[in-house]
Design a protein around this ligand. Structure first.
Ligand code: TRP
Length: 445
């Protein structure tokens, strides 16, 4: 195991906040949140979502960061160091989860690169002829091309991770996150100034409390949890690179605030455009790769907006994928391997494991009733992430010594934390119970 002196760390607390926010802000914020809000009571959903993030999200993230910084190692070894051998599998499951998520996330990252380039080479013309659905299905059934772009996305991710925590991950996130915000603002201004935009804003934000059911609360819980990147050892390993003097509580609040703001803003970008052109509100790949290119084709300057839009998705995906690669890579580095070797080995392995996902879209490769890529997503989102995160809260709340936990959160008493008692109850009971609910409903679906 590498000794403490030589282990890498973030250059500053803000560097950590930006990198972790980069991990959290991803496709979930851009293509899933707006739809969920629009369909589930608009501002009423938003309100519930914010309450959930403030209570459960902040708690679960605080637990992950604390375990990471206290352990000072990757997920598996941090759990082992702090709780003994029997807790190690929780860390392992996190690392495995990051591995699997990245295997298919890179496939979608590849589509995004291809669409970003294609914005300039005919996408808009084809979309103008109403052919965007056809363009998408032709592309995803060409497995060779899908794998080619998946490899490019993995290579770019690897290049940034290769450069290390401070010079690769931190530095690139400090450049990419402001770009992401700028791209988003341009697209929001474009969307809300379209004639008919108001209808979309109404659909998105009109508060309708009659639509709020227990199902809504669960949907908000599941989304909040996925969106914060918990339970995959990624936030945990970033926590292990956080300087000992940094304020964990403040950092976690800021990460949650950034993540929620981007999710909220995504709705202001998507729905005004969708409603201005009378398109159906949708989520996921259908919205991103079919509906929206069709709308760009109807706007003046659509090519530019399309390119900015896919650039936004690319930045969101890349800042998440580097944290996903760092989680397993950091494990090898903690065991004495050079960063270069560790990164290359993990990149190749994850790429290979992702190939069935890439190929499954052409049809044929199914697990039960799901395509391989959907099955991988189901395994991570509905099973592995909630389970690991729930156990992480239970570990921090019940297994860590109270004085040690408090000392870590308050940097040995130098930070005032009057609400510690409240958060302790959240960690011990409320957050694990809430996560168990996501898990139970996830299994049913
Ligand atoms: N939070 C990311 C998103 O919103 C996806 C994600 C889930 C993730 N778990 C993760 C990213 C773990 C990095 C690490 O799209």
């Amino acid at each position: 195991m590498t000794d403490k002196q030589t282990r890498e760390s973030f250059g500053s607390r803000i560097g950590f906040v930006i990198a972790a926010a980069g991990s959290a802000v991803g496709l979930g914020n851009l293509w899933k949140f707006p739809y969920l809000a629009g369909m589930n009571g608009g501002a009423a959903f938003l309100f519930i979502y914010i309450v959930i993030i403030l209570c459960i999200g902040v708690t679960a993230m605080m637990c992950e960061v604390v375990v990471g910084r206290m352990g000072g190692l990757n997920a598996a070894d941090s759990f082992e160091k702090l709780g003994g051998k029997r807790w190690k599998p929780v860390g392992w499951s996190g690392i495995a989860c990051a591995f699997v998520i990245l295997s298919y996330y890179a496939v979608i990252g590849g589509w995004i690169i291809r669409y970003m380039l294609h914005s300039f080479t005919g996408l808009i013309e084809l979309a103008a002829q109403g052919k965007s659905a056809e363009v998408f299905s032709v592309f995803v059934s060409n497995s060779g091309e899908v794998i080619f772009y998946q490899a490019i996305f993995m290579a770019i991710t690897a290049a940034l991770v290769l450069m290390g925590v401070k010079n690769g991950i931190e530095k690139s996130c400090k450049i990419m996150m402001p770009m992401l915000f700028a791209a988003m603002l341009i697209l929001i201004v474009r969307a809300v100034t379209l004639p008919g935009a108001m209808e979309g804003i109404k659909f998105y934000l009109y508060p309708n409390f009659s639509k709020v059911t227990p199902q809504t609360v669960l949907a908000a819980l599941g989304q909040g949890f996925f969106s914060l990147s918990l339970g995959a050892g990624a936030i945990l390993i970033y926590g292990s690179y956080l300087p000992k003097t940094a304020n964990i509580i403040k950092s976690v609040r800021q990460i949650c605030l950034i993540d929620t703001s981007v999710a909220f803003l995504a709705g202001l970008m998507v729905f005004p455009a969708v409603f201005a052109f009378n398109a159906p509100p949708e989520a996921g790949p259908g919205l991103t790769f079919i509906t929206l290119p069709g709308l760009f084709a109807q706007m003046p300057g659509g090519m530019i907006f399309s390119a900015i839009f896919f650039l936004l998705f690319f930045l969101a995906a890349l800042t998440s994928s580097i944290s996903l690669l760092e989680a397993p890579t950091g494990y090898l580095i903690d065991h004495g391997m050079k960063r270069t070797h560790a990164t290359l080995i993990m990149t190749v392995l994850i790429f290979l494991v992702g190939i069935p996902s890439a190929v499954s879209l052409a049809g044929g490769l199914n697990v039960g009733s799901r395509s391989f890529i959907d099955a991988a997503g189901y395994l991570t989102d509905s099973i592995m992430m909630p389970l690991a995160s729930m156990l992480c809260c239970i570990f921090a709340g019940w297994s860590l010594k109270d004085e040690k936990l408090k000392a870590e959160l308050t940097n040995n008493g130098t930070i005032n934390f009057p609400t510690y008692g409240f958060w302790k109850i959240m960690m011990k009971v409320i957050a694990p119970a809430a996560i168990l609910c996501i898990f139970a409903t996830g299994l049913k679906w």
